[in-house]
Design a protein around this ligand. Structure first.
Ligand code: HEM
Ligand code: HEM
Length: 184
């Protein structure tokens, strides 16, 4: 279990596994859309679905463990902001892949993990035909918007972690890096 001095290995591994996947998926998502690299779409969906498993495991872990307690006494406003930011990050990591699945499923493209098809494509003469144009549009708009929103929040979140480390010189970042409190 997590304590104020030390995070459990599960917390640390899940945080960095999900963080690396999310940062990679945002970069890949924006790149493939901007450059119309259609061959990357299946890779993005496959990694997104695998990340979703880690995201759900992390959510369950946080539900059991609660959110991190501050490493030092903080003002109420600072604490409330940190809790709100973590809750929003957790919720967005769950909702974003769901909107991707909504778009891919409703647009008729389908999705799966590499060769394992989870939601079949809906094609006529080799062309994807939407199952529902309305839900496809809603999924696509939400996935794009929330993807960029998450990017902004992740930048702010990483900046806050660096501020703790460089300006406040507290153990917030070291704790998430698994460093023992003696080395702070
Ligand atoms: C370079 C990138 C990142 C850095 C430096 C970083 C750093 C940290 C640190 C130091 C904490 C502990 C905060 C505390 O003790 O109060 C934390 C917690 C957290 N981070 Fe990050 N983080 C990064 C990326 C991400 C990403 C991409 C996400 C998800 C979108 C994320 C979501 C969270 C959440 C939800 C928590 C709350 C604790 C938990 O669920 O494990 N972080 N992060
Ligand atoms: C946490 C996981 C995910 C993240 C962070 C993420 C992020 C992104 C981002 C930032 C974009 C670019 C949006 C744009 O430029 O409009 C994108 C595009 C896309 N994503 Fe994801 N995604 C994730 C999971 C998924 C999943 C699970 C699927 C489907 C199974 C999916 C399907 C797509 C598709 C089809 C596009 C292209 C959208 C378009 O053409 O407008 N994504 N994603």
């Amino acid at each position: 279990m997590d304590t104020i001095q030390k995070f459990s290995r599960t917390t640390i591994v899940l945080h960095w596994l999900v963080a690396a996947s999310i940062i990679g998926l945002i970069a890949l998502g924006i790149y493939m859309v901007e450059t119309e690299s259609w061959h990357l779409y299946d890779i993005h969906k496959s990694i997104g679905l695998l990340a979703f498993v880690a995201i759900l495991a992390r959510l369950a872990w946080r539900w059991r463990n609660g959110l991190p307690q501050p490493v030092r006494p903080m003002s109420r406003i600072e604490h409330v902001t940190a809790v709100a930011a973590h809750v929003v990050l957790l919720v967005l990591t769950v909702v974003l892949p769901l909107t991707g699945m909504l778009f891919s499923g409703a647009s008729g493209h389908g999705f799966g993990v590499f060769d394992w098809q989870i939601f079949p494509s809906h094609e006529v003469a080799g062309q994807a035909v939407p199952l529902s144009q309305r839900w496809s549009d809603i999924g696509q708009t939400l996935h794009g918007f929330l993807g960029y929103l998450l990017l902004v929040l992740v930048v702010l979140h990483a900046a806050a972690a660096l501020k703790h480390h460089v300006i406040d010189k507290d153990a917030t970042l070291k704790r998430m890096l698994g460093r023992a409190p003696e080395s702070t």
